[in-house]
Design a protein around this ligand. Structure first.
Ligand SMILES: [Mg+2]
Length: 233
């Protein structure tokens, strides 16, 4: 299941999602493009609603990006929330601002001209690029949008030069998070179904991973209420 718009809006768990997950908790994994929170945060929010989904079944683009780069011995320029930098240091990742091997971009509310300067010039000098997601925005409260990683990526690409490296995408619609979720659930992709609200990330990502999907909300005629096993009568 996707998080934003399917399980919760922000950190407010939707009542119908709570009912659906309580019927299938053992079979649910969460795949989200969130790059500012850690799986333990979502585990805690769910636990406050009586839902037990352990953090090892919660796959967030930011945390998974850190885990993916932890396997490399690279000097990393990480543009992220301070908390994700702490998370990276916890894996022994070397965070630097010069002689950069790898530029890693996630949603960074402290993104600045100086960071753009560092990242663009690192890429021009041959650093590789990994991004948590390519979303431009995500829905915020009161109909506002929250600028996302893809908007920061657009600024970076605008000044990173003609000869840019292929970027590695960890989040949806890439298959990586889906593959991780299937592995932990012990399912082959055709045995899983993705429940999401964004055809471009949840739908396309599931397709890229060989998983069927059910879209809810937006232009879909389906909602969470259609997925719940209501008692007879
Ligand atoms: Mg969503």
């Amino acid at each position: 299941m996707d998080w934003d718009g399917c399980i919760a809006i922000g950190n407010e768990v939707l009542p119908l999602a709570r009912l659906l997950i309580s019927q299938h908790a053992e079979r649910v994994a969460i795949v989200s493009n969130n790059s500012t929170h850690l799986p333990t945060d979502f585990e805690k929010v769910l636990a406050e609603h009586g839902l037990a989904i352990p953090q090892d079944r919660i796959f967030l683009a930011g945390a998974e990006t850190i885990r993916a780069i932890a396997e490399e011995d690279a000097r990393v320029l990480l543009l992220s929330a301070p908390r994700m930098m702490d998370y990276a240091r916890g894996f022994g990742i070397t965070l630097v601002q010069r002689d950069v091997d790898l530029v890693v971009l996630m949603r960074d509310a402290t993104f600045s001209y100086a960071k753009l300067d560092l990242a663009a010039n690192a890429i021009r000098s041959g650093a590789r690029l990994i991004v948590a997601n390519t979303d431009m925005t995500h829905p915020g409260p009161q109909g506002r949008v929250v600028p996302e990683t893809g908007a920061l990526l657009a600024a970076l690409q605008a000044c990173a030069g003609e000869d840019q490296p292929d970027l590695r995408l960890i989040g949806k619609p890439g298959p990586f998070l889906f593959e991780r979720a299937c592995a932990v659930l012990g399912l082959a992709p055709p045995e899983a179904v993705m429940i999401g609200d964004n055809p471009a990330t949840d739908g396309k990502g599931a397709e890229n991973a060989g998983i069927q999907s059910i879209m809810i909300g937006g232009n879909s005629p389906l909602g969470l209420e259609d997925l719940i096993a209501w008692p007879e009568g």
